[in-house]
Design a protein around this ligand. Sequence first.
Ligand SMILES: [Zn+2]
Length: 246
Amino acid sequence: MGNECVFCGEKAGSREHVFPKWLRKEAPKDFVDADGSRGIVSDGKLVTVPERFATAQVKCVCGTCNNGWMSRLESGVKPFLLDLMRGDPLTLGRQEQTLLATWPLKTVMMLQKASNRDYPDQIPQVDHAHLYRHGKLSMRRMVARAFHVIPPGDDHSHTWGDLEVRDIRGRHHGYLAKIRTGAFAVQIVSAKLPPHHEIARFGLMATAIPLWPARERFDWPAPAPLPHEQWTRLSLQRLPYKKRSA
Ligand SMILES: [Zn+2]
């Protein structure tokens, strides 16, 4: 792996927390003190390593990114992220939704670098560059929705984060990233589209709330929780997109 910042290309070496340090301070004590684990894909095998909650770090970003925009993004979601993770009701406006959609993508990018040694570059560089340049997801190529998933098991034994990044329909039309932290689960789709086309947006469902592009308001949680087994099976059969209206 090179030692360039995955976002800006400057020299990397700054230690970035995959999940922010404040999350560890704010999470329930029983949970923080419990022995946790994290899965790492290496040589085609999933290896589970012992790791306490929110202690993982990666060294693929530079100090300027880490202490600058990445840190601002973490402080931006801090006022409501923990409520979402606990499943507590709340309403967010457009600006907060933008932060809330950006945070999981940034976190997925870091988790991917930390957890998949076989495919550390499954998320293309163009998406890292977009996030760095614009500070949010692409309006044309990306969509995201949020699910309220009741975590399985008790807080001592379950893993608080699920991550899955894979190519859509086994071909590189784009990728699907899923991340769950506590009860807050997000599915992000990033498409590789022909010019002048745009990805179709997610609609409102009983179990899912559209998160990106941001709408007038985001009312959390969705009317019905999504069972954890359904969350783990959630995939994308096709990638709907259409010609952009002029
Ligand atoms: Zn950087």
